[in-house]
Design a protein around this ligand. Structure first.
Ligand SMILES: [Zn+2]
Ligand SMILES: [Zn+2]
Length: 343
């Protein structure tokens, strides 16, 4: 429970949630710890009101349903995108609930899943049924990072076999993007400042790794390694420098996808729009992934084309997660940290 921004959260016992009419209560089986939770904790997210329970990368079992729920029943194993659409606004009607005008976001707009139970609103059209053979820890790790990467690479970046893809930042989002781009048959350049993360990137299939700490011209190095630049580039970190590098390392008519969040005083970076015009570059945002796109991703996981369990980092208790959360800005974690014990 966060009582004050930037003050260490506390572990407390609170009343169990009741299902809203349009929602369910899920007993949390596992929930990922993410940099977005850190941003929320320090006060960067205007959706959060205090006191607050974070947690948005969850998987678990439905234990209660609201009176308007028809598709889901007690005992169903589910996950949910971190953005749940209302189902009624123009964007939801057009099939884009990830940019709904009236979003429900567990752990942001409402209390989240760093808890034994979480209430999920707008559940009818936003829950995702989990295959029986997908365990909760792996399902939680799909959370926002893997699913967000999937949408960024597959839907927004439209990566095709034989193309070059650059991934700037090899945290959870970046490593997921590398795995997904390789599964599609692309060549991948991974960029980070951390040697261990670059090693992991190579193990996941990155063809070229670039240590940006010791490379003065990162964009030039990527262009040199890819015969003039990549077709698709992702800023998977969310920083003015990685964003600009990601645009500048594109080949003519290349596609930049902004996945990492740019927040606080970094949210309006100066971009090389001269290059965007002269080379007809395309810039895309990517924000989560709609529930209706999950089956495509889950099918690739089930046939082994994607192995999100390879991105798992440490498993911790809810109590231990407090240390992980407050240290998230130090980028100590390797892979995705998941809470799998709540007592
Ligand atoms: Zn909507
Ligand atoms: Zn997340």
């Amino acid at each position: 429970m966060i009582h004050t921004f930037n003050v260490r959260p506390e572990l407390l016992t609170v009343a169990d949630p009741v299902p809203p009419d349009d929602g369910v209560v899920v007993q949390v089986g596992a929930t990922g710890v993410c940099r977005s939770d850190w941003h929320g904790w320090v006060g960067h997210d205007p959706d959060i009101t205090l006191p607050h329970v974070p947690g948005h990368e969850l998987a678990g079992t439905v234990v209660a349903t609201g009176r308007h729920i028809r598709r889901w029943k007690v005992g169903d194993r589910v996950t949910v995108p971190f953005v749940s659409g209302c189902g009624r606004c123009h964007e939801c009607q057009a099939g884009h609930p990830q940019v709904c005008d009236r979003q429900f976001q567990p752990g942001f707009t409402h209390w989240g899943s760093f808890a034994e139970y979480v209430a999920l609103h707008q559940a009818e059209q936003n829950l995702v049924a989990l295959p029986d053979d997908l365990d909760f820890v792996t399902a939680a790790s799909l959370g926002c990072r893997f699913a967000t990467s999937f949408r960024a690479v597959v839907h927004q970046g439209r990566v095709r076999a034989g193309e070059w893809v650059a991934v700037h930042g090899c945290g959870g989002v970046g490593l997921s993007a590398i795995m997904i781009a390789k599964a599609l048959g692309a060549g991948v350049v991974a960029v980070d400042i951390d040697v261990e993360k670059l090693d992991l990137a190579r193990q996941l299939g990155a063809d070229v790794v670039i240590n940006s700490r010791v490379t003065p011209d990162v964009a030039g190095a990527v262009r040199d390694a890819t015969d003039g630049g990549v077709h698709v580039s992702l800023d998977a970190l969310g920083h003015p420098e990685t964003c600009v590098n990601s645009i500048e390392n594109l080949r003519t008519r290349g596609r930049h996808v902004q996945v990492g969040l740019l927040l606080a005083d970094q949210r309006r970076p100066a971009l090389p729009m001269d290059r965007v015009i002269a080379r007809e570059l395309e810039l895309y945002g990517s924000h989560g992934m709609p529930a209706h796109a999950y089956p495509e991703m889950l099918a690739m996981i089930r046939r082994g084309a994607l192995q999100p369990d390879r991105l798992l980092g440490q498993r911790v208790s809810l109590e231990q997660s407090i240390d992980v959360l407050v240290n998230m800005d130090r980028f100590l974690e390797r892979g995705v940290t998941v809470i799998d014990r709540f007592a």
